[in-house]
Design a protein around this ligand. Sequence first.
Ligand SMILES: [Zn+2]
Length: 194
Amino acid sequence: MKVPPSFRRLVAALDSLPEVGPITAKRIAERLLFDREKRENLVEAIRGLDSVRLCKRCRVITEEEVCEVCRDTTRERKIMVVLSPFDVFRIEESGKYRGKYFVLYHLISITEGVMPEDLPIEEFQRRVREEGIEEVILALPNDVRADVTGRYLVEGLEGVKVTKLPSGIPRGGDISSLDPYTLAEALEHRVPFE
Ligand SMILES: [Zn+2]
């Protein structure tokens, strides 16, 4: 006799998640099998993700058409370009920045097959022009891909100051992992992007 297919299917689905592995997958599946309430909570939470979309302007994850930051008319005329939406939440939490954002999600990387045309560069430049942006802050990882991406992003933008976070940011530059102090320091000491 074999384990019911529905149970095996759940184990396989859990096992396919990052960092889980077959043993943990089986353990979680067993717990869910005998706990209807836990199971329903989980299903509901996962369904809830369907209402998450990208902000029409800055592409951060939100449940509204335009996010809270983009609706805030008191924001300074600066756009910080970040890789992940979680960078935005981290920086907002620090309270050290009063400008706007743009989330890229990817960097140009010829070796990984990500070309300039795969990135929303035009969309970004349109925003800079339409919103009269005075400074673009590149808060991207500290590597060659980010340099190339930065160059494409600001190419042809006239009269806009372009800065980046100092290279003291840990390599790989995951802003969301920085403590508030280091983050505030990095924002304070941004340098010209050349
Ligand atoms: Zn937004």
